[in-house]
Design a protein around this ligand. Structure first.
Ligand SMILES: [Cu+2]
Length: 147
């Protein structure tokens, strides 16, 4: 009788442990599978490797480059884009002050006021090379490398 009782008590418990084990294993396999699939899925590997020091991504036929302006520098300061593809330069100017409220990139014919918010500068790089840009006093500096 005592033996039988103990058997009835332990069986459900070990079933629970088994279910828990299977559950944990299932979740681990699921997470592993998601990471594996994500690792395999690179939407545009060639472009990514060539032109993303500034984080350029294609969007509606333009390569979008994001940059932040502070009161004394650009982040990132060195951008890379592809020749012959329109650039949409999205600049977060919320930290701009003083002379960084103006941005000059002569080689691209850019001379623009930076507002404390989102600024979008559009141009198409026609020549390969590394071209400088700066604030109005040439203190904060950056480069756009066209590849
Ligand atoms: Cu300056």
């Amino acid at each position: 009788m005592g033996k039988h009782k103990r058997h009835n008590q332990t069986t459900p418990r070990s079933n629970d442990m088994l279910k828990l084990g299977i559950g944990v294993l299932g979740i681990a396999v699921l997470i592993g599978t998601i990471f594996f699939i994500r690792a395999q899925f690179d939407p545009n590997p060639g472009f990514e490797n060539q032109a993303t020091s500034g984080g350029a991504q294609m969007q509606d036929g333009a390569q979008v480059v994001n940059m932040e302006v502070t009161s004394f520098d650009y982040r990132p300061a060195d951008l890379t884009v592809k020749q012959g593809v329109p650039v949409k330069w999205v600049i977060d100017g919320s930290g701009a002050s003083g002379c960084t409220q103006f941005l000059i990139a002569r080689d691209f014919g850019i001379s623009q006021r930076i507002v404390r918010g989102e600024n979008i500068i559009e141009f198409t790089p026609t020549q390969k090379g590394t071209f400088p840009f700066s604030c109005s006093m040439n203190m904060a500096r950056g480069t756009i490398t066209v590849v």
